[in-house]
Design a protein around this ligand. Structure first.
Ligand code: NDP
Length: 454
């Protein structure tokens, strides 16, 4: 491809496709960003001269390693671990660790790429990374989880550090796993530093880190609605997932007067026509975080509907949607159904839960659509604040962190509006996908140019 002209989307994606065979999620994520920023690059040739997008779409490094551990029966088990360090132009690599059987290099490259833009959007100095393993935590004993986490960290510790790369949790990695990994890092290195975020409050964690992603996604929803003179109050909300992000999204929706009616896990979804209230949410937290049970139990306990066979909740009528499970859980057909049912706003709590074609449908319908890299950035935002507290060896008060999270989400919304271009129509339409991609791109790109060809 000639350096003389800015590539077309097809040319650019074709190159990415050739260099990353068998990694559809990574190609999907890069394509979505390229579709938003190539026009901007055309208008600002310095980004093309410095080959910024090409460099961003090539991770700084991908580390892959063997993780050996023993199960409770004494069998030797082998998994694969990864850390993808995508870009550290604006700060140390930062991004979660995922333990799920579906984890592979392509999925982690997509997540690390997305994370680069997301972290830039928070306004905090954090680069983008992601890691994980194809280890399946389901059905494992506490002791097995501990041994696996220790084995994983026994290799990962060489690649991370408080000023190098600071991982956090993600699917399958919550407070328990972070604790075991932190303990092993400390044992191996004999250093007590903020190498991980999402830690327990007793050993360097930050108030509201657990709540931040779900709360933030609903704050973003609130800001989008406010921008067009509306509020979440009185709206029926469809939520997927039932883990960390989903639980706190439901909590914030309730606080803002909306009526969440669904939750899901990999078995299927529950539909509670009466609404999921605080008491029912407390049951979900106990079910999922302590007993690690299945969401179907909710239906039995509260007389709600359960739809099995891994069904997703998008057929349920509602005006707001907050997908909080995993990537590509809303298809183009789902999007059509949601639009037919009168959806007005979607805020992605999960990373890339909406397939590209479904995103296009939402955009064509000009509903409010917030991509994950903007809407779910509250988690990493508070992680950034956890890093600051660890460096200073202090803990800020919860009120202060609540206020800072609210400010971070508001700031991201403003940046999206700045670059998402109001079209001047009566509906004050903002293209949040474009806004998030261009705003994140510009910040990282300018830092890369300032630091030369490295
Ligand atoms: P959890 O592990 O706490 O919960 C994940 C939930 O999604 C579970 O209900 C799980 O069901 C369901 N799920 C996971 N994979 C699948 C699948 N392949 N099909 C159907 N359901 C699935 O993870 P989090 O809540 O932390 O993360 C959820 C999403 O939010 C992810 O996309 C993550 O990347 C994103 N995110 C998380 C952040 C955080 O701070 N935790 C920050 C930013 C984004 P089951 O129990 O059956 O597996």
């Amino acid at each position: 491809m000639s350096r003389d002209h800015v590539p077309t989307l097809e040319e650019f994606v074709d190159g990415v496709d050739k260099r990353n065979p068998g990694q559809p999620e990574f190609i999907q994520a890069v394509k979505e960003v390229a579709a938003s920023v190539l026009d901007y690059i055309k208008d600002h040739p310095k980004y093309h001269e410095h080959q910024i997008l090409e460099r961003m779409a090539e991770p700084d490094r991908v580390v892959s390693f063997r993780v050996c551990w023993q199960d409770d029966q004494g069998n030797v088990r082998v998994n694969r671990g990864y850390r993808v360090q995508n870009n550290n132009a604006i700060g140390p690599y930062k991004g979660g660790i995922r333990f799920h059987p579906s984890v592979n290099q392509g999925i982690l490259k997509f997540l690390a790429f997305e994370q680069t833009f997301k972290n830039a959007l928070t306004g905090l100095p954090m680069g983008g990374g992601k890691g994980g393993s194809n280890f399946n935590p389901k059905g494992k004993s506490d002791a097995e989880i501990m041994r696996f986490c220790q084995a994983f960290m026994t290799e990962l510790y060489r690649h991370v550090g408080e000023d190098t790369d600071v991982p956090a949790g993600d699917i399958g990695v919550g407070g328990r796993e972070i604790g075991y990994m932190f303990g092993q890092f400390k044992r191996i290195t004999n250093r007590y530093v903020g190498v991980l975020t999402g830690k327990g409050m007793e050993y360097g964690g930050s108030p509201i880190r657990t709540e931040a992603t779900g709360y933030g996604a609903v704050y973003f929803l609130q800001d989008m609605l406010k921008h067009v003179g509306k509020s979440p109050e009185g709206h029926v909300a469809i939520v997927s997932g039932s883990g960390n992000v989903a639980q706190h999204a439901v909590e914030k929706l309730l606080q803002l007067g909306a009526k969440p009616v669904t939750l899901s896990d990999s078995d299927g979804f529950i539909y509670d026509k009466n609404g999921i209230d605080e008491e029912k949410l407390a049951f979900v937290k106990e079910l999922k975080n302590k007993r690690r049970g299945r969401i179907e139990e909710y239906a039995r306990k509260f007389g709600a509907e359960f739809h099995g066979d891994a069904a997703r909740p998008w057929r349920v009528p509602g005006t707001l949607a907050v997908p909080c499970a995993t990537q590509n859980e809303i298809t183009a057909d789902d999007a059509k159904m949601m639009l037919d049912n009168g959806i007005i706003a979607v805020s992605e709590g999960a990373n890339m839960p909406t397939e590209l074609e479904a995103v296009h449908r939402f955009q064509q319908a000009r509903i409010l659509f917030a991509p994950g890299k903007a809407a779910n950035a509250g988690g990493v935002g508070v992680s950034g604040l956890e890093m600051s507290q660890n460096s200073a060896r202090i803990t800020w008060k919860e009120d202060e962190l609540q206020r800072l999270l609210r400010d971070i989400m508001q700031g991201i919304h403003d940046r999206c509006v700045k670059y998402g271009g109001e079209t001047g129509g009566k509906d004050k339409y903002v293209d949040y996908v474009k806004g998030a991609n261009v705003a994140g791109f510009v910040k990282v790109a300018d830092a890369m140019i300032a630091q030369g060809v490295v």
